[in-house]
Design a protein around this ligand. Structure first.
Ligand code: AMP
Ligand code: FE
Ligand code: FE
Ligand code: ZN
Length: 298
């Protein structure tokens, strides 16, 4: 039996190094239990999750790619109201420029959290940084952790409600975050031996096909290697559309669930909302294209 034909992969997973609730070891155990063929841990602006997975040891026959999800700004002249994130795969974890860049992004996140809490306090919600820290197992604090505490304290009904009313873009407690520009994100990933991928294109909120296509052309000229074609809220039509876009522009196709554990309770590792199947061959194409020899885990 050709094992690879029957296994799925998940190349977009958050660990407790950022805003996921499972540790890297727990993710590896769950991936094996679900018989996934390959995974990548892609924490927001951090490679700690990937580092810990490698330290824990990748249980065979599971394959693993190092990963990161970098918060970036779109190219000049492209406005998007959604989340512009660049994923990096197969990156060298000891690359100095990558590490310095991530440290800068982490520092910006640490500066931002007290500002968000200050706004919430002014809106009448008493929340302290200490209380939020108690919500976090180990890693970087993000808005989902603040949202979680808001639910616990009864200020909002759910994490989504917290984002919809207070924490989302342009909502009263929103504080903009420092991001690096996308060209720098793409270059940094390439120099660390990895491949760069535009994450969850649907979440950019770019409705016009022509603008999306122009964006892809611009990013490709900056060195972008791939597009996240498979994602939980992509319909089969979206998947076909993004796959065609990737083919037209000679981009690798990737996919993942954006699993966050309990912080996104409707999303399961490996299957998203239950119906996502990401073929193993996408992992194989990525590995063939990864420049970095040292961080491959076959
Ligand atoms: P931050 O990293 O602090 O900017 O927060 C971004 C993270 O918040 C995303 O990666 C998601 O995990 C989560 N998020 C963003 N928007 C929403 C939303 N509308 N509902 C629930 N979670 C969200
Ligand atoms: Fe997140
Ligand atoms: Fe993202
Ligand atoms: Zn993500």
């Amino acid at each position: 039996m050709d094992y690879k034909k029957y296994v799925n992969i998940d190349l977009h997973i958050h660990s407790s190094a950022s805003d996921g609730t499972l540790s890297s070891s727990e993710i590896l155990i769950q991936a094996r239990k679900q018989n996934l063929g390959a995974i990548a841990i892609t924490d927001h602006d951090s490679i700690e999750g990937s580092r810990k997975a490698i330290c824990a040891g990748i249980p065979p026959p599971l394959k693993f790619l190092t990963g990161v999800e970098i918060s970036a700004t779109p190219p000049p002249d492209f406005f998007c109201s959604g989340s512009f994130h660049i994923l990096g795969y197969g990156i060298k974890l000891n690359d100095p420029v990558l590490n310095q860049t991530l440290e800068m992004l982490q520092k910006a996140r640490r500066n931002r959290n007290p500002q968000i809490l200050n706004r919430l306090n002014h809106l009448g919600m008493t929340l302290s940084l200490k209380e939020v820290e108690n919500e976090v197992r180990e890693g970087l604090i993000g808005r989902p952790h603040i949202a979680c505490l808001m639910v616990k304290k009864g200020f909002v009904k759910s994490i989504d409600d917290a984002f919809d009313r207070y924490l989302g873009k342009d909502k009263p407690a929103y504080v903009n975050k420092f991001r690096i520009d996308c060209e720098r994100a793409i270059e940094t990933i390439a120099k660390a031996g990895g491949i760069s991928v535009l994450a969850h294109p649907l979440l950019l909120n770019i409705e016009q096909y022509e603008i999306m296509e122009d964006l892809i052309v611009t990013l490709k000229s900056m060195g972008l290697d791939g597009l996240e074609v498979y994602y939980p809220n992509h319909t089969p039509e979206h998947i076909n559309h993004y796959a065609a876009l990737a083919r037209r522009h000679d981009l690798l196709m990737t996919g993942g669930t954006d699993f966050h554990g309990l912080l996104k309770p409707d999303i399961q590792m490996g299957s998203g909302k239950g119906n996502l199947n990401i073929p193993f061959e996408l992992y194989e194409r990525i590995v063939e294209n990864t420049k970095n020899e040292t961080n491959r885990f076959f």
